[in-house]
Write a new protein. Structure first.
Length: 665
């Protein structure tokens, strides 16, 4: 290589990058620098996640059989206290940290706790030993009181650092357990951040439903109470999830007079370790959009996961088998959505060493959960249907009505799709690789960035149900373009032609040629930009398509982690760090970064991003009943519109939320 080439490079900048530029973050400083990695952000949801972390620790004590009472107290000044009558955090000196108590280690050290080995807890919501330490790091005050062996101890912290030593403050002959009081740091969450009494109240009540053996007492300051939130309340529900569902249903009429409920404990293994528990309650109201509540070890998993998959499999197979039993031959065509759509479901599992998609635990990924739930529910569901034939036939009829409606819509779409294809065969986008539409699943159009990724996607797809449309890089920003410019753009013309439902006032979602439109771009900044432009296009040109829930974002991985014969995929840096700290803890890991979808071989792309059985999708929706359209349109116009001053003002107003180090990175 010629030395002249180096002469053309800019100056290195002196001492701007030397050893002194390398930072080593100690203790809980990483949490304060990057709270989003640990609690998903710094918004209202993340703030309340702190409360859930502390409450989950108390629930773990109850589920383990060491506590039967929890008290939650919200005071003025954003001060929250959660107490249990469990064993209490150990206060003796930690063997690896001379001079420090186990309590101080747990509160100030990431990945410390008693939930790794399974000796202290058979099942627990805490997995990575970061929950209470993260709460401590993000609070200006954390006070922990522990009553053990009839003695009372206390220690205080601020922003993750101890401000007092652990002290014995008295005798406690009639007290036991742990009390945690904390005040979130408003520099992290914003000056106006406050706990919402109604949200905490619902959280507390839902936890009581999840474990019948616990009594939870709620208190809040009189100034924070309302008609919806009493100053004091006590929750204990012997019926567990069934009580919760009964309250949720109220007086609404259902397909069956009794809803499907049950629970099953799995026997201990040969080592005497508890293997888990499944509890469920399901109803089919006559008029309902559906409501689904899934939990693992008392942790809400709003995105479902493997336990949800096991439930859907059990219900679907059960209804099909009952249909065959009563001579209904068409029952073999029943699909999971026919059974589950419109139902109201509550499912709770307790399993050892669960795996979640991220630290916020929104989705369960443990493969054994699917098998455990299916095995537990299937036998009970068979009895529920066959023990009362009238009840079984009523539910079968309801499910088959939904099946017939689904098949009718599918047939209509297929006729429209084929008619449109035949009528405009020469005019269909040249790069569109269509699907046959002959599969049992719903049809999908993947909008893919670039021909290289399009080639991999074509080989990875299910030819019966998945169509591929490659686009060239960044499409036109429709929010800042004139109508004439939009009509003249070839990429947009191809997209409109492929979808077949028109745009703006002529948009007819019923004519949409595919059930799902999936934006599949690279897992990097450029890919996110292209996805943003496409979402802007759909919001402006096909609003009703978005409102009906047809638009999705694929979630391709950014990294592949390999250790020996074991491989795993990570969506981003936070997910990679989590996998390295849990699944590959202590192992040498080879990390490869995908520069784009085109770098994956078809099998990898199918496994991680396209196969319905293993992928993860994000549905893009609008506020219910379109009430928030004005606010959404205002935000789109400010961020994507023609006036750069709006973007400038938005960036200025949000500048305080940006970490300068991210800009350098």
């Amino acid at each position: 290589m010629s030395d002249d080439l180096f002469d053309k490079l800019p100056a290195a900048g002196g001492d701007s990058y030397d050893g002194s530029a390398i930072e080593v973050l100690e203790g809980l400083e990483p949490v304060r620098r990057r709270p989003g990695m640990y609690i998903g952000g710094t918004d209202e949801r993340a703030l309340h996640h702190l409360a859930a972390e502390v409450l989950d620790n108390a629930m773990d004590e109850a589920v383990a059989g060491h506590a039967n009472r929890i008290e939650v107290t919200l005071e003025e000044g954003n001060r929250l206290t959660i107490a249990d009558n469990g064993r209490g955090i150990p206060v003796d000196e930690h063997p690896r940290f001379p001079g420090k108590s186990a309590l101080e280690v747990i509160l100030t050290t990431l990945h410390s706790g008693g939930k790794f080995s399974g000796k202290a807890y058979a099942t627990s919501g805490g997995l990575h030993g970061v929950g209470i330490s993260v709460v401590n790091a993000l609070s200006t005050l954390t006070r922990v009181e522990v009553a053990r062996n009839k003695e009372l101890y206390a220690q205080e912290f601020s922003c993750g650092l101890p401000t007092t030593r652990l002290e014995k403050i008295g005798n406690a002959p009639n007290r036991r357990g742990t009390t945690v009081t904390f005040v979130p740091d408003l520099e992290i969450f914003g000056a106006d951040a406050r706990f919402k009494p109604a949200r905490l109240f619902r959280l507390v009540r839902s936890k009581a439903y999840l474990f019948a053996g616990v009594e939870i007492r709620w208190k809040c300051a009189a100034s924070l109470a309302s008609e919806e939130v009493p100053a004091e309340a006590t929750f204990q529900f012997p019926g567990g999830l069934a009580d919760h569902l009964a309250e949720q249903l109220g007086t609404r009429e259902c397909v069956t007079t009794e809803f499907f409920r049950g629970a099953q404990d799995f026997p201990a293994n040969e080592r005497g370790e508890q293997q888990g528990r499944v509890e469920w309650a399901i109803a089919w109201p006559l008029w309902s959009d559906g409501a689904f509540s899934y939990y693992c070890n008392t942790i809400p998993t709003p995105d479902g996961g493997t336990h949800e998959q096991g439930l859907r499999a059990a219900l679907t197979k059960g209804v099909r088998a009952f249909g065959e039993l009563v001579g209904q031959k068409k029952a073999k065509d029943i699909a999971p959505e026919d059974v589950i759509t419109g139902s109201e479901v509550m499912l709770s599992v307790f399993i050892r060493d669960p795996q979640f998609q991220s630290q916020t635990k929104d989705r369960l990924t443990s493969p054994e959960a699917a098998r455990m739930v299916e095995n537990a529910v299937r036998d009970h569901f068979d009895h529920f249907l066959s023990d009362n034939l009238d009840r079984g036939k009523a539910l079968l009829g309801h499910v088959m009505e939904r099946m017939d409606e689904r098949l009718r819509r599918k047939a209509e779409r297929e006729v429209k799709r084929k008619t449109a294809t035949n009528a405009r065969k020469l005019r269909l986008p040249g790069k569109l690789t269509d699907c046959s539409g002959e599969g049992d699943g719903e049809t999908e159009l993947f909008i893919v960035e670039g021909d290289s990724a399009g080639g991999s996607a074509k080989q990875a797809r299910d030819r019966k149900t998945q169509a591929i449309l490659p686009i060239r890089g960044k499409i036109l920003n429709v929010a800042s373009a004139t109508a004439d410019k939009i009509r003249a753009n070839q990429e947009i013309a191809d997209l409109l032609l492929a979808l077949g439902c028109g745009s703006r006032k002529d948009c007819n979602p019923d004519a949409l040629r595919y059930d799902r439109i999936i934006i599949m771009t690279d897992a990097d900044v450029d890919g996110a930009h292209i996805a943003t432009l496409l979402m802007t296009f759909f919001f402006q040109e096909m609003t009703e398509v978005v409102r009906r829930g047809h638009l999705y974002l694929a979630q391709p991985p950014l990294y592949r982690l390999t250790s020996g014969s074991v491989s795993a995929y990570a969506r981003d840096d936070a997910h990679r760090a989590e996998l390295e700290a849990t699944r590959f803890k202590g192992k040498k890991v080879e990390v490869s970064r995908f520069k784009g979808l085109g770098e994956m071989n078809p099998q990898q792309l199918r496994e991680t991003t396209m196969s319905p059985s293993s992928r993860s999708l994000v549905r893009i929706t609008l506020p219910p009943e379109y009430e928030g359209r004005a606010a959404v349109k205002d935000l789109v116009d400010r961020l994507m519109g023609r006036n750069p001053e709006h973007r400038f003002m938005f960036i200025q107003n949000r500048a305080g939320e940006i970490d300068p180090e991210l800009i350098d990175a």
